[in-house]
Design a protein around this ligand. Structure first.
Ligand SMILES: Nc1ncnc2c1ncn2[C@@H]1O[C@H](COP(=O)(O)OP(=O)(O)OP(=O)(O)O)[C@@H](O)[C@H]1O
Ligand SMILES: [Mg+2]
Length: 479
C-alpha cells in the first residue's frame, strides 16, 4: 500500500483508503455535480493541497466554468470559483487538449504554454499561485473536466505517485459519471416510450370515437337541414332547428380536429406548392389575425406532397393562435414564411406575443390542453396529427414575453410533372387497371416526392403514410 507522507502536514492518508472512500461516495451519488465535489474534496485532502477545483471546459462555447471548489480548512486561502473565457488560457488549454496529460507549473518556472499566452502572469503573479497542477479527464465531444490544484502557501512538486493516484481517482469519477449519464438516458427513453404509448392510445380512442361521432353528426345535420327546408324559414320552430344545426356543425368540427390528431382525417394527396397555398390564403389569414400585422415571405415555388385542406388547417391554426398570443402586445406582428432548405420545405409562423414557459410548451400538443378561457385545446393537437401523417417534423421555439415560432419541416418534392409525361397514366386510363411496368413491383411506402411524385393523380388517396400505388423498379429511360 502506498503511503502519502507529507513532510509537515496531517493527515497521513493512504491512497488506498482515499480510493475506497471515493468508491463509496461515487457509488452512492446520482448527481454529476456531487460526484465532482466528492472528487475535488478527496483529491484535495489526499494531496493535502491548498485548493482543488473542477472546471467544466466547454470547447463549443469557449468557457471554463468552475463547478466546485474545495479549500483546505487548515490554510487561509480564499475562494476563486468563477467562469473564465477559454481565450485567457488559449495555449495552456490547447496543450492539455492535445496531450491529454497533466500540466504542471510553478511561479519560479512557469510551464511554457502558460508563458506563451501570458496566463502565467495571471495565475502566478496576480493570483499568487506558487504551484499548480491541471489534471484533465472525461473527454467529451465538446469538452472535458479539469481538476485543478492551486498551491498558494508554498511551492511544491507534484509527485509521480500523486499523479498515479489522480489517474485512478479520476477514472473512478469517469465511471460514476458514465453510470449517471446511462441512468439519465434510460429514464429519458422510458419517458419517451411512455409518452408515445400514451399519445397512441389517446389517438386510437379519440380517432375511433370521433369517426363514429362524425358519421352520426352527419346524419343529424342532414336531417335537420331537410326539416328546415321542408318547414320553411317562417316555421315557429325554425330558430330552434337552426340552433341545433349550428351546434351539430360545431360538434362535427370538433370531431374533425380529433380525427386529424389521430391521423385519420380524409387525406387526398397531391403535390402542393406551399408558397401558392399561403399566398391564396393571405386575405383569409389577415382577416383571422384581426388588428395584428401579418407579413408573408417566400422563395418559391416550394412543393410538398400532401393534402391541401390539411395544410391550410395547419397555417390557419398557427395564425389564429398567434393572433390570440399578440392580443396584449402593443403592435402585434405575425410573419408567415415558406422557404426551401436543402431537402426540406420549411413553413414558419412567428409572432411577438406573450410566448410560453417550458412547462406550457411540453403540453401544447396534447388534446384538450388549453390556457385560454374558451380554448378547446384541439388546434395544435390536430396540427401534430397532420404533421405526422405528412412525414414532417414540427418544432416550437418560445420565450415568455418574447414571442413564439412554429416551424414545420416537410420533405420537399420537385415541381410536379404533368401527368401526360408519364406513360403509365395513359396506360392506366386505357386499361382501367393499376399500371404495372417491368417485372419487379414494389409498393410505394412514403408520401414524399421521391417515391410518390407523379403518382398523385393515378392514386390520389393515401391512407396513413402508405401509398397504394404500385411502382416499378425500371429506370425512367425504359418507361
Ligand atoms: N403562438 C402562441 N403563443 C403563445 N402560446 C401559444 C401559441 N400557440 C399556442 N399556444 C398555447 O398552446 C395552447 C394550445 O393551443 P391549441 O391551439 O391547441 O388550443 P387553443 O388555442 O387553446 O384552443 P383551440 O382548440 O380553440 O385552438 C394554447 O392554449 C396556448 O396556451
Ligand atoms: Mg388554437
Amino acid at each position: 500500500m502506498l503511503l502519502y507522507d507529507d513532510d509537515k502536514k496531517e493527515p497521513r492518508a493512504t491512497y488506498a483508503r482515499a480510493l475506497e472512500h471515493m468508491t463509496e461516495v461515487l457509488l452512492t451519488e446520482t448527481d454529476t455535480t456531487r460526484v465532482l465535489e466528492g472528487l475535488a474534496r478527496i483529491a484535495g485532502e489526499t494531496l493535502n493541497a491548498d485548493r482543488a477545483l473542477i472546471y467544466d471546459i466547454r470547447t463549443d462555447d469557449q468557457l471554463a466554468v468552475a463547478l466546485c471548489e474545495w479549500l483546505n480548512p487548515r490554510e487561509a486561502v480564499s475562494p476563486t470559483i468563477a467562469t473564465y473565457p477559454l481565450s485567457i488560457f488559449a495555449d495552456a488549454e490547447a496543450e492539455v487538449y492535445r496531450t491529454r496529460r497533466p500540466l504542471e507549473s510553478h511561479a519560479e518556472r512557469p510551464h511554457v504554454a502558460l508563458s506563451k499566452d501570458g496566463s502565467g502572469v495571471l495565475l502566478h503573479e496576480n493570483m499568487s499561485i506558487q504551484s499548480l497542477l491541471w489534471y484533465p479527464f472525461d473527454f467529451r465531444r465538446t469538452g472535458y473536466y479539469l481538476l485543478v490544484f492551486n498551491q498558494v502557501t508554498h511551492a511544491r512538486p507534484w509527485l509521480p505517485r500523486e499523479i498515479e493516484f489522480l489517474r485512478i481517482a479520476t477514472r473512478h469519477a469517469e465511471l460514476a459519471l458514465m453510470q449517471i449519464a446511462m441512468k439519465v438516458a434510460q429514464v429519458d427513453s422510458e419517458r419517451a416510450i411512455l409518452e408515445a404509448q400514451k399519445a397512441e392510445s389517446i389517438a386510437l380512442l379519440a380517432g375511433g370515437v370521433a369517426h363514429d361521432f362524425n358519421n352520426l353528426l352527419g346524419i343529424v345535420i342532414g336531417a335537420v337541414a331537410r326539416a328546415r327546408s321542408t318547414l320553411g324559414a317562417e316555421a315557429p320552430l325554425d330558430a330552434n332547428l337552426r340552433d341545433a344545426e349550428r351546434a351539430a356543425r360545431e360538434a362535427s368540427d370538433l370531431a374533425k380536429h380529433l380525427l386529424a390528431y389521430a391521423g385519420k382525417a380524409q387525406f387526398v394527396a397531391q403535390n402542393v406548392d406551399l408558397v401558392a397555398l399561403a399566398s391564396e390564403m393571405q386575405d383569409l389569414l389577415r382577416a383571422a389575425a384581426g388588428s395584428a400585422q401579418v407579413t408573408f415571405s417566400s422563395s418559391g415555388p416550394c412543393f410538398v406532397h400532401g393534402d391541401a385542406g390539411q395544410l391550410r388547417q395547419i397555417l390557419m391554426n398557427f395564425v389564429v393562435n398567434a393572433k390570440e398570443a399578440v392580443a396584449d402586445s402593443g403592435v402585434g406582428r405575425i410573419s408567415v414564411s415558406v422557404r426551401r432548405e436543402g431537402p426540406k420545405v420549411l413553413l414558419e409562423v412567428r409572432d411577438n406575443g406573450r410566448g410560453m414557459s417550458q412547462d406550457v410548451q411540453k403540453k401544447i400538443f396534447e388534446p384538450f390542453y388549453s390556457t385560454k378561457t374558451l380554448g378547446r385545446g384541439l388546434g395544435l393537437a390536430a396540427v401534430s396529427g397532420i404533421v405526422r401523417s405528412h412525414g414532417a417534423d414540427l418544432q416550437v421555439q418560445s420565450e415568455p414575453n418574447e414571442g413564439t415560432t412554429f416551424t414545420v419541416a416537410f420533405p420537399a418534392v420537385g415541381v410536379p410533372v404533368p401527368p401526360r409525361a408519364f406513360p403509365w397514366h395513359r396506360r392506366a386510363r386505357a386499361s382501367s387497371r393499376i399500371p404495372v411496368l417491368g417485372r419487379t413491383r414494389r409498393s410505394c411506402s412514403s408520401t414524399t416526392a421521391t417515391t410518390c411524385e407523379g403518382c398523385a393523380r393515378a392514386c390520389s388517396t393515401i391512407s396513413g403514410t402508405r401509398c397504394s400505388m404500385l411502382r416499378t423498379e425500371t429506370s425512367p429511360s425504359t418507361r
